[in-house]
Design a protein around this ligand. Structure first.
Ligand SMILES: Cc1cc2nc3c(=O)[nH]c(=O)nc-3n(C[C@H](O)[C@H](O)[C@H](O)COP(=O)(O)OP(=O)(O)OC[C@H]3O[C@@H](n4cnc5c(N)ncnc54)[C@H](O)[C@@H]3O)c2cc1C
Length: 215
């Protein structure tokens, strides 16, 4: 595939040192020189020059958010020559707002059940499968994350317990760890800032986290 490189304002923050930048350097070096590959990210000027001077790419990815970066990384690891252009800054869009959870979507499951929406259910099922997949293939970038849900009303305890148990059930063999109920005193041990007088207890369930380097 010939890449059509129209003018795109490229603004790269090199200190971020995204995987793409490193991979661009790798592809470049592997093509041009026989010396050991320099893993230092190339300068912004060098990267722009590479884009301008390379007449053909196998893949051109537009947008350096999570999706674009993932596509570029995937292409490069398959041996394709890839260019990634970003009009603002890498991960400056929606990707910078993410909570960095690898989740099936407890609230989507609630929606699936409340609205009897089979498509929502399938999405949760697939996302739970991908959650397990990601934790398995990228243990250096992700980890299971316990999430504690404080309960302030008695009726919420069975309501959320059933919901979260269904979440475990839908995950099936992909369930990271079984959810459980915490007493009021144990919940306060973990989070003393919770409203003591109103707290009934808490429910703990597991999702994945891909923010382990910054948290
Ligand atoms: C509050 C919030 C919390 C979230 N929490 C989670 C979570 O916990 N877990 C999770 O998995 N997902 C979460 N998401 C969803 C997730 O953040 C998005 O699905 C994901 O970031 C989308 O990535 P993207 O690359 O598709 O889009 P973006 O990150 O928006 O990237 C698109 C990029 O394309 C660039 N672009 C657009 N047009 C052009 C052009 N013509 N030329 C060059 N560049 C262009 C933009 O500048 C931008 O950088 C959350 C989202 C929000 C808003």
């Amino acid at each position: 595939m010939v890449a059509v490189l129209v003018y795109v304002k490229i603004h790269i923050k090199l200190e971020l040192g995204s995987e793409w930048e490193v991979n661009l350097a790798f592809v470049e070096a592997a093509d041009c020189v026989s010396e050991p590959v320099n893993r230092e990210p190339p300068s912004r000027e060098a990267q722009i020059l590479t884009l301008k001077n390379t007449s053909e790419f196998d893949v051109l990815v537009i947008g350096g958010g999570a999706t674009g970066s993932g596509c570029a990384l995937d292409a490069v690891t398959r041996g394709l020559k890839a260019a990634l252009v970003e009009r603002d800054d890498f991960s400056s869009g929606t990707s910078s707002r993410s909570t960095k959870l690898i989740h099936g979507g407890v609230r989507y499951l609630q929606k699936a059940i409340m609205k009897l929406d089979i498509e929502q259910y399938r999405m949760v099922k697939e996302a739970l499968h991908e959650r397990a997949n990601l934790l398995e293939i990228a243990p250096h970038l992700s980890a299971p994350l316990p999430i504690m849900l404080p309960i302030y009303k008695w009726w919420q305890l069975p309501y959320y317990w059933v919901g979260i148990k269904l979440y475990d059930l839908v995950a099936g063999s992909n369930c990271l760890k079984s959810s459980y109920v915490l007493s009021k005193s144990r919940a306060l041990e973990h989070f003393p800032m919770l409203q003591k007088d109103k707290l009934v207890g808490a429910i703990v369930y597991y999702d994945g986290d891909f923010d382990i380097y910054t948290s």
